[in-house]
Design a protein. Structure first.
Length: 81
């Protein structure tokens, strides 16, 4: 796992949106599916908007991408029902 630290959410979105097409292509060019975990909440919205722009411009294809959504509860303790 690679940890990237940026100054604000916009810089994180820019980095991630530039990074994803490259990593997706590395897998899909070999005929393999790429699994993309999508965090929930408002933090990743900037990245999602940029990925949509790339998709519309033909820079990236999600044809061979499988996604799953995840929630993060760091520091929230154990959830009890």
């Amino acid at each position: 796992m690679k940890l990237i630290s940026e100054d604000d959410a916009t810089q994180v979105a820019d980095f991630a949106a530039r990074y994803e097409p490259r990593t997706i292509s590395e897998a899909t060019d070999k005929g393999k599916y790429f699994v993309l975990g999508l965090p929930t909440g408002s933090t990743p919205l900037g990245m999602y908007k940029k990925l949509i722009e790339f998709d519309k411009a033909g820079v990236i294809s999600f044809e061979m991408v499988k996604t799953f959504n995840m929630d993060e509860y760091v520091g929230k303790g154990t959830m009890k029902s």
